[in-house]
Design a protein around this ligand. Structure first.
Ligand code: NAD
Length: 298
């Protein structure tokens, strides 16, 4: 069934996601604060709307893909009053769990329905429509959004009630950040012990050290030819995005009183790396910082 969707935020992720929805036959009314992005989306079948409120007024569903929680809450403040009663608001941005729950409450208080549905898969996944969505909200809301999520991704998991999608995203990325640091430290230790990268890989990739950070995104060049280490750490998954997600995890850890020393430390290490050498690098490049700080040669 073809739906009319207001798509707000046509950046690196939102632009190709909106284009894939248009390609699937939905009517997409697009808006971004940057006019050039609205123009680019228009070339991909997205109808330009003069404002977010204008896009929302004629829509069955509203999808947002914005930088952070304050943008989502600000947008909801601006547009909830412009939507038809009962409109489903699907926020795909990665934001604080607490902000996601506030956004749900605001939508419901305004007579709307809501779902949080952050993604993993990056810009490549957004372009190829192979994203994974992690959704939080009611069964009926998830069922209504599912055909649209299917046009933008390959998998959608209903994780629970309001905020559960954001919770799943930050828990997963906390595992990833901590495991990338652990794998990188192991490679630098191997270097200092005279053990080759390939030998460590051959053992750990089929033993109990096996994980995605090692076998798919291996932080040293050689063992996994497709990993960003083989192209001078061009992202991939950029370090500033990992730093952002670990910052959200750290907020949730503090708010929940969870004693997660590695998660909090990973957030600190990635924040420092993303502000320095890692600003334009894949997050696996943190191995170079660990090596540099250890005084080891590659
Ligand atoms: P981006 O900065 O490229 O796009 C965000 C867009 O939102 C910008 O174009 C901005 O102008 C627009 N915007 C902000 N406030 C607005 C408003 N009130 N009305 C209309 N437009 C507004 O960011 P991105 O890389 O597309 O990421 C979007 C979200 O997806 C973030 O939350 C990010 O953490 C998450 N994410 C990104 C990636 C990735 O690889 N880039 C991967 C997974 C998740």
């Amino acid at each position: 069934m073809s739906r009319t969707v207001a798509f707000i935020g046509l950046g690196h992720m939102g632009g190709p996601m909106a284009a894939n929805l248009a390609k699937a036959g939905h009517r997409i009314l697009g808006h971004d604060l940057v006019p050039a992005l609205v123009e680019a989306a228009a070339g991909q079948g997205v109808e330009p709307a003069g404002s977010a409120a204008e896009a929302v007024a004629g829509a069955d569903l509203v999808i947002s893909m914005l930088p952070a929680g304050r943008h989502v809450l600000g947008l909801y403040d601006d547009i909830l009053g412009a939507a038809r009663p009962g409109t489903l608001f699907v926020d795909c941005s990665t934001i604080d769990v607490a902000d996601a729950r506030t956004a749900h409450e605001q939508a419901v208080a305004a007579g709307m329905r809501a779902l949080d549905a952050p993604v993993s898969g990056g810009v490549v996944g957004a372009e190829a429509a192979t994203l994974t969505f992690m959704a939080g909200g009611g069964e009926a809301e998830f069922a209504e959004a599912e055909p649209l999520l299917a046009a933008m991704g390959k998998r959608a998991v209903h994780c629970g009630g309001a905020g559960a999608g954001q919770a799943a995203k930050i828990c997963n990325n906390m595992i990833l950040g901590v495991s990338m640091i652990a794998v990188s430290e192991a490679f630098v230790l191997a270097e200092s012990l005279g053990l080759s990268h390939q030998a460590l890989y051959d053992v750990a990739s089929t033993a109990s050290g096996q994980c995605w950070a090692l076998t798919v995104n291996c932080p040293v060049p050689g063992p996994v030819p497709g990993s960003p280490a083989n192209r001078d750490y061009r992202p991939g998954f950029a370090a500033p995005l990992m730093a952002k997600d670990l910052g959200l995890a750290a907020n949730a850890l503090r708010e929940g009183g969870v004693r997660a020393e590695l998660g909090l430390r990973a957030a600190e290490l990635y924040a420092a790396y993303a502000e320095g050498d890692g600003a334009d690098e894949d997050f696996s490049g943190i191995v170079r910082t660990i090596r540099k700080q250890s005084g080891e040669k590659p």
